[in-house]
Design a protein around this ligand. Structure first.
Ligand code: GLU
Length: 445
């Protein structure tokens, strides 16, 4: 394999798909050596086959808002690879959604899902619809119109979507209701469902819990723990909330949370009722965190700023892609931060990763560190298949052991001769090998 040549061909085929091309390059660079040491991969055209989605569905979603106006949004489902299990991955509803972004996320999802050790292929979907500021009735009509198109392509053994940015319990409920009506079946076709109709305990907080479990394993390689550490978290949704709960439980002090309006710094720690308040803020559908500083005296609001300027031991970016850039990374390094673990998908820019890695901080890429969400979706699928529900303890224990296994796999393939672990390389190789070997076993299809 020649990475530059392959990338040139892909750029010509898919001009302008910046995020997708960037994600492919990162994986190819990580797996180049192992690929070239195994000529059977080249002979079966594994790379040429894995970088293209199996298929993409694009559709329009006409819906009527509360004022009677007709709106038209675009919808997508990218079915990327199902060599090891049904296509699996979230739906994102956000104005920034486009095909390049979803192809990037779907491609990442193949390797993330492979790392979980569960039988799930990779997929992603969504729409440029913005649920912020919409009434429940508008969100319901939109979700129903979205599912009118999507339902023919998905199924509990075919493709199992879930939530992502802009798609939470409310949206999954409306989507599931329409699927159930059209397909005339009650199955585990979506994950992130409500507790009384097939959802799994721990799923809402699983991505945040998983991220902290992964960071805990990384810290242990240096003889460190969360006990007594200060932690900066960005975001204030489910991922941030779960991470704040678990980090606090492990003895750390979470000192920041953030929204698009700025961030809160609370030196007394964001714990107890303050963590619950994060969810209240989110439920208000407002997208702002400033009110925290009115409610809790110890919380200071920094307008238009990002939490990475605070002196902390551990940083958990849990908001959105490219939220932590080179300058932010330099600031974290200067302030003595020892660990960055990604709760969001691609929150660190490539330049930030370069700074973090060259300064030998522990760095957990989202593909590995935020796999706890989809892993718990996999556990929800298992429970749905068995028509049983596991207790909170059972699910949490399984999630914990999956995150430990992912960490072990990253160390196995990412440990250098100097003992330093490159978790990006480790995650990419471990995730790739399982899928590539399955593709080899199943022939050229
Ligand atoms: N959207 C989440 C992710 O990026 C979860 C996907 C799922 O549960 O299928 O992994």
């Amino acid at each position: 394999m020649n990475v530059d040549k392959l990338m040139l061909q892909l750029e010509q085929k898919h001009p302008g798909e910046v995020e997708y091309l960037q994600a492919v390059r990162e994986v190819l660079e990580s797996i180049e050596d192992i690929y070239n040491q195994n000529p059977q991969f080249e002979a079966a055209g594994i790379i040429e086959r894995i970088v293209e989605p199996d298929r993409i569905l694009t559709f329009k979603i006409p819906w009527v808002d509360d004022s009677g106006k007709v709106n038209v949004n675009l919808g997508y489902r990218v079915q990327f690879n199902n060599a090891i299990g049904p296509y699996k991955g979230g739906l994102r509803f956000h104005p920034s959604v486009n095909l390049s972004g979803l192809k990037f996320l779907g491609f990442e999802q193949i390797f993330k899902n492979s790392l979980t050790t569960l039988p799930m292929g990779g997929g992603k979907g969504g729409s440029d619809f913005n649920p912020k500021g919409k009434s429940d009735a508008e969100v319901m009509r939109f979700c129903q119109a979205f599912m009118m198109e999507l339902w023919r392509l998905i199924g509990p053994e075919t493709d199992v979507p879930a939530g992502d940015i802009g798609v939470g319990g409310r949206e999954i409920g409306f989507l599931y209701g329409m699927y159930r009506k059209l397909a005339r079946e009650n199955t585990g076709v979506l994950t992130g469902k409500g507790g009384t109709w097939g959802g799994s305990l721990v799923r809402p907080e699983a991505t945040g819990f998983g991220n902290v479990y992964f960071a805990k394993e990384m810290l242990a390689t240096k003889g460190e723990t969360f006990e007594g550490k200060t932690v900066a978290i960005s975001g204030f949704g489910n991922v941030a909330w779960g991470a704040a709960l678990k980090a606090t439980e492990l003895g750390a002090k979470v000192v920041t949370m953030s929204g698009p309006d700025g961030y809160i710094y609370d030196p007394e720690g964001i714990s107890g009722e303050k963590i619950d308040y994060m969810l209240e803020l989110r439920a208000s559908n407002n997208d702002i965190v400033k009110p925290y500083s009115y409610k809790f005296e110890s919380g200071q609001f920094y307008e238009g700023k990002k939490p990475w300027e605070q002196k902390v031991d551990i940083a958990l970016p849990c908001a959105i892609q490219n939220e932590l850039n080179k300058e932010d990374a330099e600031m974290l390094v200067k302030n003595g931060c020892i660990c960055v673990s990604e709760g969001a998908n691609m929150p660190c820019t490539p330049e930030a990763i370069e700074v973090i890695q060259s300064n030998k901080l522990l760095y957990g890429p989202g593909k590995a560190a935020n796999a706890g969400g989809v892993a718990t979706s996999g556990l929800e699928m298992s429970q749905n298949s068995m028509k049983l529900s596991w207790s909170r303890e059972e699910v949490d224990e399984k999630l914990h052991s999956i995150m430990c296994n992912i960490h072990e796999a990253c160390v196995k393939y990412g440990k250098g001769t100097d003992g330093h672990v490159d978790y990006v390389k480790g995650a990419n190789i471990a995730g790739f090998l399982k899928v590539a070997n399955a593709m080899l076993d199943q022939g050229v299809i």
